[in-house]
Write a protein that binds this ligand. Structure first.
Ligand code: AMP
Length: 210
C-alpha cells in the first residue's frame, strides 16, 4: 500500500538524515520543502529571491508560496509512497493540505532539546546537490567535505549560523510545534527521542513504518 508520512521536528532533529535513509532503503520519495526552496534560491528564480530573505532570517516563507509549491509537487506523486519533510510547518498549511485531500498515514515526531540542536548545527555539512547532511564530528563523510551519496562538495548552509539557528528553533516552537497536538488528535503521531544515535533512531523509524 502507498504510504504518506510526515516527518515533524525542529531544525537539526535529524528528519532529513532519516528521510535519506528511508528513501534509499525502502524507496520512499523524499519531498523536502527546504530543498525545494533552496533549489529556487540557487536558480535565482523570482520565487527563490523572495524566499531567500525569509530563509536567511530564520523566518518562514509565506504560506501562499509554499502551498503552491507543495501542490505542484504532490500532483507528480499520486501513485508512490512519500515522506514530507518540512511541510506542513504551520496549522494553516496543515489545514490547506488536508483540504487538498492529503491524509497522512503516520506522523513521525523527532523530539530534541535546543542545546542539542545548537551543538549539531554548529558542525552540520550539507550537500547542495542531493541535500544529504553530515556532521564534522558526529557523522563524518568518508572523504573530507565530499558527499558520500553523490560525490559532490559539502558546504555549510547560510542559515546554519548560531544566531539564525536559534531563530529557526524559536519559529519552530511558535509555529510548528502546535502541529503535534493537531496530529495527536488524529491519533497519527509516533514520538521518537531524536537525541539517540542515528542507528537507534533508524530502527525505531523503520519499526513505525512496518
Ligand atoms: P529546512 O531545510 O527544512 O530547515 O528549511 C529551511 C528554511 O526554508 C526554513 O527555515 C524556512 O525559512 C523555509 N521553509 C521550509 N519549509 C517551509 C514551510 N513549510 N513553510 C515556510 N517556510 C519554509
Amino acid at each position: 500500500m502507498k504510504k504518506k508520512v510526515l516527518l515533524l521536528g525542529a531544525p537539526g532533529s535529524g528528519k532529513g538524515t532519516q528521510a535519506k535513509y528511508l528513501s534509499s532503503e525502502f524507496g520512499y520519495i523524499h519531498v523536502s520543502m527546504g530543498d525545494l526552496l533552496r533549489a529556487e534560491v540557487e536558480q535565482k528564480t523570482t520565487l527563490g529571491l523572495e524566499a531567500k530573505s525569509y530563509m536567511d532570517h530564520g523566518a518562514l516563507v509565506p504560506d501562499i508560496v509554499v502551498n503552491n509549491m507543495v501542490v505542484k509537487k504532490l500532483s507528480e506523486l499520486s501513485d508512490v509512497s512519500y515522506l514530507l519533510d518540512g511541510f506542513p510547518r504551520t496549522i494553516p498549511q496543515a489545514e490547506f493540505i488536508a483540504e487538498k485531500g492529503v491524509q497522512f498515514d503516520k506522523v513521525i515526531y523527532f523530539s530534541i532539546a535546543l542545546e542539542t540542536v545548537l551543538d549539531r548545527m554548529a558542525g552540520r555539512l550539507t550537500c547542495k546537490a542531493c541535500g544529504a547532511s553530515f556532521h564534522a564530528k558526529y557523522n563524518q563523510p568518508k572523504k573530507d567535505m565530499i558527499c558520500d551519496l553523490c560525490g559532490e562538495k559539502l558546504v555549510i548552509r547560510d542559515d546554519d549560523k548560531p544566531e539564525t539557528v536559534k531563530r529557526r528553533f524559536e519559529t519552530y516552537l511558535s509555529s510548528t510545534q502546535p502541529l503535534l497536538d493537531f496530529y495527536k488528535k488524529q491519533d497519527l503521531v509516533a514520538e521518537i527521542d531524536a537525541e539517540q544515535p542515528i542507528e537507534s533512531i533508524q530502527s525505531q523509524v523503520k519499526a513505525q513504518l512496518e
